[in-house]
Design a protein around this ligand. Sequence first.
Ligand code: BES
Ligand code: MN
Ligand code: ZN
Length: 511
Amino acid sequence: MKFWVITDTTLPRINEDMVILPAFEHDFDGNRAKTESVGHFDSLASGALLKHASVRGFAGKNGQTMIHFLTSSILAAQKALLMGVGKSTEVTLQSLQTAVKEAFKQIGTDKAEQVTFDLKPLLALGLDPFAIGKMISITGHLILYTGLNYKTRNAPKNKFSKLRVLADAANAGAILQGLSEGDAIGRSVNFARDLTTMPANVLTPVALKNFAQLTEKESAGSIKGKYYDKKKLAKMKANAILAVNQGSSKAPWMSELTYTPEGGPTKDHLFIVGKSVCFDTGGLDLKPAAGMRFMKRDMAGGATALAILKAVAALKLPLSVTVILPAVENMPDGNAFRPGDYIETMSGLTVEVDNTDAEGRLTLADAITWAKKQGATHMVDFATLTGAVKSIGGDVAAGLFGNNASFTQLVAETARGQDEQVEVMTMYPELKDLNASDVADLSNSGGDLAGSTTAAWFIREFAGEETPWVHLDIASVAYRNRAIKLDPRGSTGYGVRTGIALVQAMAKMQK
Ligand code: BES
Ligand code: MN
Ligand code: ZN
């Protein structure tokens, strides 16, 4: 998306196909003064704009939209999109997002290419110009996303490419900054959505590693990558990662990408680990067909982690951040790991395999051990870890678990601030005992009771109690079979906005 800000005080000649005019309820109640732009366009159209609105029942309510075709020769723009924003006294950034979301949906259905957005009436209300700009470009990217697909016929596509914003000179700089920050964030969310949607014959472990390398290259030196093949993984005793991949004909790859800010490494160093199981058949404990159907998306956590780093580098955020992606494939085969096998993990703790379908926690165990060895001061993992998390927050909230109250609170508040919902779960110590094994330190499954929490306890055994760690079980929200909020049906890129905002918050706290 290209965008720029125009600060003409007179309404410029608009060559775009569509002009978006914020419209308040008072523009339609018949007696009070109209908002300048609505009034202006109405008089250009000799009163037809408001007449049309009245016929259509458009009253400027928040979230209402109406398209009016412009016939005036003065304007090159073909359509005005009235964007209802409600009562002028009640507009907030949040309410405005609903309106902007509906406007972008219209831009999508109308296949508009170039759009001018008159922000002046909204800025006049005293709303933060940076925040408005950021919200507009994030909302645009997220709503207009048409999804990765391999259709050769009738592929859904949006033409939208350019956004011009009308604003006063005093606000122009802040709006532009907001638009460009939102652009980096929106692109990253869509990048995570694309990766998550990629089928497992395309996005193999080595392909995910290649995307990590591409992200390193694009960073112009701020990201340095290390890539571990099977041999290196064996040397570093990543036996749990290797066990999961044993049944696959494909090679495992672990990527470790470190972003260092321009001013050098920071005291706090956040490690983000993303579950990167490129396909999860369940292994010898094979999943039934319905349960396996969407397991190409079992690397959504890795996609989220990589997308966060991409934005962190683009925004040049002042915090050291490392992303770890232990990419594997969980397949049944003559070489596959078996129920009852024992694994000596990188940490030295031994694990009995109770169920080969509880593979995610095994890969995370070694990846988190590695993160600690590499000097993590804080750790967050994103993982499509358990089906059970759906009984906690439905398809709305992720399950959030942690070993440190204040870090848990920071991540939870950050997520909620990004409109990414989380359910903070109590890790009752008695539940930890469900991971006991007769023959090893731990079993990789705690059974049916509190399945998401026992999975979290398993990871916590490796995270330990010293380094603040948060686990986000995103099996419920990484993809959905319905569209909600800014997310389409399918892959959502959940967690990308939270991760970026967390890096920003941690960077601020360190100063
Ligand atoms: N990848 C699955 C979890 C999952 C389920 C993600 C549904 C998305 C949608 C995970 O590896 C898994 O299979 N978990 C098991 C754990 C059990 C065997 C202890 C589960 O949730 O059933
Ligand atoms: Mn599984
Ligand atoms: Zn899995």
